[in-house]
Design a binder for this molecule. Structure first.
Ligand SMILES: Cc1ncc(COP(=O)(O)O)c(C=O)c1O
Length: 388
């Protein structure tokens, strides 16, 4: 059973992080505001970017655009000196609008269709990721010498909420033969990468992968490969329903493992997506209908599982719920605006009684929410408003 939180608690939590959320609560209280509305805070993007840099000073950030490619997030990261991880022609187009040198981007998709690959090379990207021999065969098409990273996977005792080692990453033993093939085809084997899984609360998984990278680098050295880059992926966790350590605490042992195992001549990058994009976005949604059904109070909102809340299904998230109502908590259900019965976001939520027209607020809705949403029933997706 989940409880909603009072807005005062949100204000207190923000205050303890030195954050002023007046702009968001003012919008929440405004009667005339049109919902559903996604409030995007520029200062929160900057805060997240800076705290990652502080937590892992050796690691350069390539923001993974996939969780949210809003132009404001891209420009804030770019203005901070950040770089990008892209996976498709669509993402490349959005990123190149900043004026960034395409040769500095990482294309991190281990499987690229030939047209996608051609497009990226044609636009001037040089750094690519592979994890199998058939992908390496595609390299024969290109006269230009490309920088190729190999993505490997490791076994872990605990898995991140989203397991990104299931679909990609070669076995550690396959790295050397793949690197040899890259060299044979006249391309530049450039380094190693892994992605330990998204919303990973286990720092030990990163450490294990860094130790595996160390062993691989030793093997590659013996075969005269020049490893210049290690990419430690994304996965850094965000506080949804469960408390998690601060990014500084979480990353401290990861930074130590890098210093212990990866020699200074090797550059290290990461591809955080969720950590940068989740907390800057807050959803404000209105109750558009209400019905007592089987002893529970059902509220029908103007945003649902087919739109912003699609992350509940695809990203296994529970977004914190905030309300400004007081009174006795009642067993409630929050459902979305479509006519589909699957469109239910919270069943068993304890909140005080609300009326049609009241608003609710949901935090940390910036990562992978709109990426997986649709226009079921041709309903309008929420608009963004950019603040700070
Ligand atoms: C290759 C790659 N890099 C980075 C990311 C971003 O991961 P996260 O949002 O967990 O930081 C993903 C997520 O799917 C990914 O597939």
């Amino acid at each position: 059973m989940t409880h909603s939180m009072n807005l005062q608690l949100l204000e207190q939590k923000a205050f303890s992080r030195g954050v002023n959320i007046d702009a968001i609560t003012n919008l929440f209280h405004q009667k005339s505001v049109t919902t559903p509305l996604l409030v995007l805070s520029k200062s929160e993007i900057r805060r997240n970017y800076d705290s990652m840099i502080e937590a892992l000073p050796r690691v350069k950030i390539h923001y993974a655009v996939k969780p949210n490619s809003h132009e404001t997030i891209i420009s804030e990261v770019y203005n901070r000196g950040g770089n990008f991880d892209v996976c498709s022609a669509g993402e490349i187009k959005k990123i190149l609008k900043t004026g960034i040198n395409p040769a500095t981007l990482i294309h991190s998709h281990p499987i690229k269709s030939v047209p996608e690959f051609d497009y990226a090379v044609g636009e001037g990207l040089e750094l690519f990721v592979v994890d199998n021999i058939d992908e390496i065969e595609k390299l024969k098409r290109y006269d230009k010498k490309l920088k190729i990273m190999i993505r490997f996977r490791i076994n872990t005792n605990n898995t991140a909420v989203v397991n990104l080692q299931y679909k990609f990453g070669c076995q550690v033993d396959d790295v050397l033969p793949l690197a040899q093939k890259i060299r044979e085809y006249g391309h530049d084997f450039y380094g190693l990468c892994f992605h330990i899984g998204s919303q990973c609360t286990y720092a030990e998984n990163y450490i294990k992968a860094i130790e595996a990278a160390h062993q691989l680098i030793n093997q590659l050295d013996m075969e005269k490969f020049d490893v210049r880059l290690l990419d430690i992926g994304g996965g850094f966790p965000v506080e949804y329903a469960e408390p998690i350590p601060s990014i500084k605490e979480f990353c401290a042992p990861i930074g130590e493992a890098l210093d212990a195992h990866i020699r200074p001549g090797i550059n290290v990058i990461s591809e955080p997506g969720r950590y940068i994009a989740a907390s800057p976005v807050t959803l404000i949604s209105s109750i558009v209908g209400k019905s007592m059904r089987d002893g529970k109070m059902w509220y029908y909102l103007d945003d649902g599982l087919y739109s912003t809340f699609s992350g509940i299904v695809f990203d296994h998230c529970q977004y914190p719920v905030f309300s400004n109502k007081t009174g006795e908590d009642k067993l409630s259900v929050l459902a979305g605006p479509t006519c589909d019965s699957f469109d239910v976001m919270y069943d068993g939520l304890m909140i005080p009684e609300h009326n049609i027209g009241d608003k609710l607020m949901f935090t940390n809705t910036g990562a992978y929410c709109e990426a997986s949403g649709s226009n079921f029933n041709s309903l309008k997706r929420p608009e963004y408003i950019v603040i700070d």
